[in-house]
Design a protein around this ligand. Structure first.
Ligand code: ADP
Ligand code: ADP
Length: 228
């Protein structure tokens, strides 16, 4: 079934007297357990759309529903709960906390949930094991390679078992080989856990992994290609 429904979405940024229409007339249904790729040139509105779906930015107009929850109607505390319960987010620049080690970084979401330290440690180590960097658990972000840091950020996104994983250019800072490994890890986890994945990219090579490729141009959906 449908997990998200977007209707008449519009986002306008104001910069002084200037208006930037980042997105307009966006209608989109997201199906459960499918993989979506948002593809388009830089500045076309991909990140804006992703951020609004994840409840990180408010739309100027239109509605975004997650199942029967209206995201655009939520206040800050509802949004925080929504993100904690249902959303995992992976950033291009990893966004890890520099002072925390790998284990502490990936178990942050569990800390917010009030999970007991022993349980956090156990779940965190299992997750690190699943993505092949268990031996790095004590390493701080600066003591890891880019590929390892992105694995930590992947683990952090999955640790709460979210319904949807959003990934904004997740392989943008990685070399081709590391990027492929990362994609395979991400797809493997999503399939096994029967989650929905939405990836933003300007790299057409990543589109082959998706069930649906949504082409974005100048703030509009230009075409949706179904991969069979
Ligand atoms: P993409 O992810 O496809 O590169 P974005 O969603 O980041 O595109 O940006 C879409 C448009 O909105 C661009 O013209 C960009 O400059 C503008 N934009 C994005 N974020 C902001 C912001 N915080 N303030 C002003 N303009 C913004
Ligand atoms: P990967 O293919 O996983 O991205 P690299 O080939 O970049 O790994 O790095 C090889 C090894 O060097 C890694 O196991 C990593 O621990 C170590 N390493 C890479 N970058 C750094 C760094 N900035 N500081 C400390 N160790 C690093």
């Amino acid at each position: 079934g449908k997990i998200m429904t977007i209707k008449g979405l519009r986002k306008v940024y104001r910069m002084g007297n200037e208006k930037v229409i980042a997105l307009d007339h966006i209608d989109l249904d997201i199906e459960e357990e499918k993989i979506y790729c948002l593809l388009g040139p830089s500045g076309s509105g991909k990140s804006t759309l992703l951020n609004m779906m994840a409840g990180l930015e408010a739309p100027t107009k239109g509605s975004i529903s997650f199942k029967n929850l209206k995201i655009e109607k939520m206040n800050e505390s509802d949004l925080a709960n929504f993100r904690r319960r249902h959303i995992g987010f992976i950033f291009q620049s990893y966004n890890l906390i520099p002072t925390l080690n790998a284990l502490e970084n990936i178990t942050m979401p569990l800390l917010f949930k009030g999970v007991h330290p022993k349980e956090r440690h156990k779940v965190g180590m299992e997750m690190l094991d699943a993505i092949g960097i268990k031996d790095r658990w004590r390493h701080k972000p600066t003591e890891m390679s880019g590929g390892q840091q992105q694995r930590v950020s992947l683990a952090r996104a999955f640790i709460n078992d979210p319904d949807i994983i959003f990934a904004d250019e997740p392989t943008g800072n990685l070399d081709t080989k590391t990027a492929n490994t990362m994609m395979m890890l991400m797809l493997g986890l999503v399939k096994k856990r029967r989650q929905t994945l939405i990836i933003v990219t300007h790299n057409e090579e990543l589109a082959v992994f998706a069930d649906y490729v949504i082409h974005i141009r100048d703030g509009n959906i230009f075409e949706i290609v179904v991969n069979t």
